[in-house]
Design a protein around this ligand. Structure first.
Ligand SMILES: [Fe+2]
Length: 506
């Protein structure tokens, strides 16, 4: 009804209406697509339609370790809403409130990201990384753009946007969508001229990034405050694209009475798949028995397959001056790798099943020494070539978090940024961001014993219970298969590749 009302009374452009109708037709074609993918199967199957934000809330709650929790989903848009929140217990989720199209914190953040000259889908994390370099001097201007509502929700001043009037053009480039501008000329009147991607980054841009992040946090904590009061709960589960804002998530304990935070590793729309599956499962009477306490659900490749690959590439590796060694004793493998890390080497660490979600968490990772101040520049020169303002993250032994950080919680999926204790910052400059924060991954001996053992070996050598961890890739998706790992190793200046039990060095 809201959707029909919007299109009747707001009179958006004909292109926007047509595009919504096309979306509807695409949804209607889903049974046909399913039949093509699983011939004969869908006749026996029953389709369950799960609304976008219910799928997000279900993905947040039904795999979390809490029996009861407050639940929040915030994103760009899905099924005409941009946010939903409520409380959940057992298998039931009750929603308290929603924010409807065209109001959206995801659109607000994405529009600022475009304005700041980062045009690619998912570039919001660059603005989040840039923000600590600036001052929140544009926060009053941001408050003109986003208004907070008494029920916990928010509204945009639509004069700064155009997504509600026009069909925003987007095209696919390099496997991801590129969007036309979501903001109107009024935003440039408010904040000054936009930055184009090739323009230099100035203090004004850093200040706008900081102010935008501050506005996001203001709206986020306003919502959490209202929700906490109404629910009385102290555990919180988050999902939706905005739940990837690990900086805001890391402040929840400081800014609200919530004490524990859970965000599953694919909090964005990919996680909708798992949310929909659990929503249908519980609707059919299924019980809760599963907690997602690790992210290693992707493909894995056996020792025989890796060995076949290495044999097939023997001559390429010999030409590149590589030396191969098999080390089947895990303690020795970890000790040797830890010692190479401590010597300043950059290691490709390829083990077991790939991570589900966007973050590399110790199975498709590049690891190196967090103590070296020059490591960020070195990594960027050797492999990553990314913007110099973006921080690298530490993988920390779970049992050492309280000693090194100002907060203590399980953060197995890098979904919370904590302040590093002041006296520790100078010991780990390569993973300490400019504001003293670190986007940590906590590593448990139960969920990734080999990675835990590697970091423990590094601690034995150096006294430091963490390594720098970045995704195993150059400028490409994270490597999945052994072949991709080997290609990336040979193409870049990585020093060592540890693939299963084989150590390849040059
Ligand atoms: Fe979404």
């Amino acid at each position: 009804m809201r959707k029909i009302g919007y299109f009747l009374f707001k009179r958006p452009s004909i292109n926007l209406v047509l595009s919504r109708l096309r979306n509807r037709r695409a949804r209607a074609a889903i049974p046909v697509l399913l039949e093509q993918a699983f011939p004969g199967e869908t006749l026996r199957a029953k389709l369950h339609r799960v609304e976008h934000h219910l799928a997000h809330l279900s993905s947040a709650f039904h795999v979390c370790p809490f029996d009861r929790a407050a639940v929040v989903s915030i994103d760009g848009f899905g099924d005409f809403s941009s946010a939903a929140w409520g409380s959940a217990a057992g298998c039931e989720i009750s929603t308290y409130g929603r924010v409807y199209f065209p109001h959206s914190l995801g659109i607000f953040y994405q529009a600022l990201t475009q304005y700041l000259g980062f045009p690619h889908y998912g570039d919001e994390y660059k603005v989040m990384g840039l923000a600590p370099y600036g001052r929140p001097s544009f926060l009053d201007a941001m408050r003109k753009i986003v208004h907070l509502l008494p029920d916990g929700g928010f509204e945009l001043d639509l004069k700064f946007f155009c997504h509600h009037r026009e069909d925003i053009a987007y095209q696919w480039a390099d496997g991801s969508p590129e969007f036309g501008d979501l903001f109107s000329p009024a935003l440039e009147e408010l904040l000054g001229p936009r930055r184009l991607p090739a323009d230099p980054l100035e203090d004004r841009h850093r200040d706008i990034a900081r102010s935008g992040q501050a506005m996001y946090e203001e709206a986020f904590f306003h919502l959490l405050g209202v929700l906490q009061k109404r629910s009385g709960l102290t555990d919180l589960s988050l999902a939706g694209g905005c739940a990837m804002n690990s900086v805001a998530n890391g402040k929840v304990r400081r800014m609200t009475p919530f004490r524990r935070v859970y965000v599953q590793p694919a909090a964005g729309d990919a996680g909708g798949a798992i949310g929909s599956a659990f929503a249908a499962w519980h609707k059919l009477g299924g019980k809760r028995t599963f907690v997602m306490d690790h992210a290693y659900w992707g493909p894995e490749f056996g020792a025989a397959e890796i060995s076949r690959l290495l044999t097939a590439h023997e001559s390429d590796m010999a030409a590149a001056g590589c030396k191969l060694e098999d080390i089947s004793d895990e303690a020795t493998l970890c000790r040797r790798t830890a010692s190479a890390i401590a010597d300043g080497k950059v290691i490709g660490w390829f083990q077991g099943r790939m991570e589900w979600g966007p973050r590399a968490l110790g199975n498709r990772s590049i690891v190196c020494d967090p103590r070296r101040a020059d490591m960020k520049a070195l990594l960027n020169a050797k492999i990553k070539r990314r913007e110099s303002f973006r921080p690298f993250a530490p993988s920390v032994l779970e049992e050492a978090v309280a000693e090194w950080f100002e907060e203590d919680d399980a953060v197995p999926f890098m979904m919370q940024v904590f302040q590093i204790r002041e006296e520790k910052r100078k010991l780990i400059p390569a993973v300490t961001h400019v504001d003293g924060s670190g986007r940590l991954q906590t590593v448990s001996s139960l969920t990734n014993p080999r990675y835990h053992r590697l970091i423990k070996s590094f601690r034995t050598l150096t006294g430091i219970p963490m390594v720098l961890n970045t995704s195993f890739n150059e400028n490409e998706p994270v490597v999945c298969k052994p072949q991709e790992a080997l290609d990336c190793f040979l193409r870049t200046k990585m020093d060592i590749l540890v693939i299963g039990n084989t150590v390849i060095s040059r």
